[in-house]
Write a protein that binds this ligand. Structure first.
Ligand code: ZN
Length: 294
């Protein structure tokens, strides 16, 4: 389609741009630069990008119903006050190794904040998947995770999709919205060899998955019922990290990338906008990002 044109909306040169989360109420895009230790608030109407420096590695950020944001950072969930820019620890999982940090996360339809961890340095799969509920209680769901990444739920809230990047797969679980329980894991998408690994993802209003490919220069749209790839959005950056739908009509796909500030001159020539945030209208509507309910 001729009208599908990828735009560079923030030439942020983020070291590790990640975790885009659209706030439908405020019409803002929250996103993080994990290694750059920054939380960003992008306002598309005014084309401004506010940067909040934080003392840690923020893996994921979501709006909080009672105000402000919640950031999954280092080994804890923190409230971020947008006026004072102060962080307050809400809860930390027990027994999480200090060599782990929180990575990607998202809220489910009842406002639990799901987020997973990954090891820094060691190649052993030492990560875990958790959620924080409205009583600020943490529940442990999965262990033995390499790099906890994309999470999405089907429109009927009966299925949860999940990515542990080194597996090069997207898996599905039966999901119980009332309890948050997941079970019956199965593989629904396999990323082809030579296309990097799956990173963040979102789901559209037709139930199809949009998966960012780290090392793959692209976002792909997949049918999780057949495992078939439906579409490819080429991105001029090797490390494509995540995506989410935004805009007034939820029909704009925002895409985050990594590599700013760390590429060789030669690499930078090939991908001058590494670490930028991109946007494209893909002809389908997305689904909303939920706020944390606590
Ligand atoms: Zn990620």
């Amino acid at each position: 389609m001729a009208d599908k044109k990828l735009e560079l909306v923030i030439d942020a040169k983020a070291a590790l741009g990640e975790g885009p989360c659209w706030d439908s109420e405020k019409q803002l895009l929250y996103w993080v630069d994990i290694m750059g230790k920054k939380v960003h608030v992008y306002n598309p109407k005014e084309n401004t990008n506010r940067t909040i420096s934080v003392d840690g590695y923020p893996g994921a950020v979501v709006p909080r119903k009672s105000g402000g944001l919640v950031v999954a950072m280092n080994q804890g969930y923190y409230a971020l006050d947008l006026e004072t820019e102060q962080l307050t620890l809400l809860a930390s999982p027990e027994n999480e190794p200090k060599t782990n940090r929180f990575n990607d996360g998202k809220c489910d339809a009842s406002g639990r904040f799901w987020a997973g961890t990954m090891g820094m340095g060691s190649s052993e799969p030492a990560g875990n998947l958790y959620f924080l509920d409205q009583d600020l209680k943490i529940t442990h769901l999965l262990d033995g995770i390499g790099t906890s990444n994309g999470i999405a739920w089907s429109g009927d809230n009966k299925t949860m999709y999940y990515i542990d990047s080194p597996t090069k797969q997207v898996v599905a679980f039966d999901f119980d919205l009332s309890s948050g329980e997941i079970k019956n894991k199965r593989v629904v998408v396999n990323i082809p060899e030579g296309e990097g690994v799956p990173d963040g993802m979102t789901i559209d209003s037709e139930g199809m998955l949009w998966v960012a490919q780290w090392g793959g220069y692209k976002v792909s749209r997949w049918n999780p019922h057949t495992g078939e790839r439906l579409e490819i959005i080429s991105v001029p950056v090797e490390r494509v990290t995540s995506c989410t739908f935004g805009g007034e009509n939820l029909d704009e796909l925002y895409i985050t990338t990594a590599g700013g500030g760390s590429l060789s001159e030669e690499e930078l020539e090939k991908q001058p906008h590494a670490g930028g945030v991109f946007r494209i209208k893909v002809g389908v509507k997305g689904t909303i990002n939920y706020a944390f309910n606590g």
